[in-house]
Design a protein around this ligand. Structure first.
Ligand code: HEC
Length: 101
């Protein structure tokens, strides 16, 4: 009897656990951008800075694919950023950038 009552809750908890990772990529992308891009590109709109903000770049270049980001990060000015972005970060990062525009 007890088991019959508790099982739906157990299933709900398991389902939540399975759904939660689907909500995380945008957050991960923001964290990646904060670590690897924000030291040079502001994350908010700003026409004044010497290096364009990621917001402006996203407005201009989005949508980015993971592949485009990978070749972008192979540009010489992106050597530092490239060393901070793993292959698994590329998709969440491009999702994040595509949401900025
Ligand atoms: C060490 C400083 C630095 C870091 C860190 C950096 N960038 Fe850049 N980025 C630059 C410079 C400098 C340019 C060239 C700006 C220009 O052309 O006026 C640039 C250009 C760009 C462009 C435009 C490229 C083009 O071909 O027009 C994009 C998009 C971009 N960066 C994205 C990123 C992303 C995403 C990250 C983080 C993963 C990042 N950058 C990290 C310095 C940096």
């Amino acid at each position: 009897m007890k088991h019959d009552i508790r099982k739906p809750w157990l299933m709900a908890i398991v389902a939540l656990g399975l759904l939660t990772p689907a909500l995380l990529p945008a957050q991960d992308g923001a964290a990646v951008a904060g670590n690897a891009c924000a030291m040079c590109h502001q994350l908010t709109p700003d026409g004044d800075s010497a290096v364009p903000s990621l917001f402006d770049l996203a407005a201009e270049h989005a949508p980015f694919s993971a592949e485009q980001l990978q070749s972008l990060l192979q540009q010489p000015q992106h050597a530092v950023a490239n060393s901070m972005v793993s292959e698994g970060d590329l998709q969440p990062l491009s999702d994040y950038l595509n949401e900025l525009e």
